[in-house]
Design a protein. Structure first.
Length: 197
């Protein structure tokens, strides 16, 4: 890990101590085929990373504003009796910021699979709150893991448009982002339904 990522609380991408994902590389390849994810998308995401990197703070402001405006979502960053945990939100925010860049730049290899599995575990009763020692609710419901694909995708277009690229290039970056988010969210689901994944 670089010095920057090593300073992010709880960030463990590439850590050999992580559990190995039950999802195989062959199964990941089939998922990539299912969402029509190919080399053009990899190139578009690399381009998107350069556009998004200087805007990650603003992107997170939008996403956190969205969560904060919906009490049923903010509840997942709160105590069981509804007190918002600001320190928890701040620690997650740093990982979320890095996730934007990882989603654009990281190869879809075993390290990617293993870290997505870890992220999925951290949303379930198996590991939620452990990384940040948070006194929050025990699990994020699976339905919101799926439903969140739309806002994380739809809100990205204005940021992708800010790089001065042609409408066609922005479309390609946005489509690739949508596919990448779908792949990530799909991988995160595994710990919720391990026997039916």
């Amino acid at each position: 890990m670089t010095t920057r990522t090593a300073e992010i609380p709880g960030y463990r991408y590439g850590d050999e101590g992580l559990a190995r994902s039950p999802l195989t590389l062959a199964e990941l390849d089939l998922l990539k085929q299912t969402v029509l994810f190919g080399d053009d998308d990899v190139a578009a995401l690399a381009q998107a990373a350069d556009v998004l990197e200087p805007q990650t703070h603003e992107i997170l402001d939008v996403w956190y504003g969205y969560v904060g405006a919906h009490p049923h979502l903010a509840a997942y960053f709160s105590t069981p009796d509804g007190v918002l945990l600001d320190d928890y939100l701040a620690r997650v925010r740093e990982r979320f910021k890095q996730w934007i860049l990882d989603a654009c730049r990281r190869p879809y290899d075993q390290a990617w699979l293993d870290y997505q599995y870890e992220i999925g575990l951290r949303h379930t009763r198996l590991k939620k709150n452990q990384t940040d020692h948070a006194a929050s609710v025990p699990e994020i419901h699976l339905r919101y893991m799926v439903a969140f694909i739309f806002p994380i995708t739809a809100t990205m277009r204005p940021f992708l448009s800010a790089g001065g690229h042609s409408p066609e290039q922005v479309d390609a970056m946005h489509t690739a982002w949508f596919k990448a988010v779908t792949l990530h969210a799909t991988a995160w689901i595994h710990p919720y339904v391990p026997d039916r994944f």
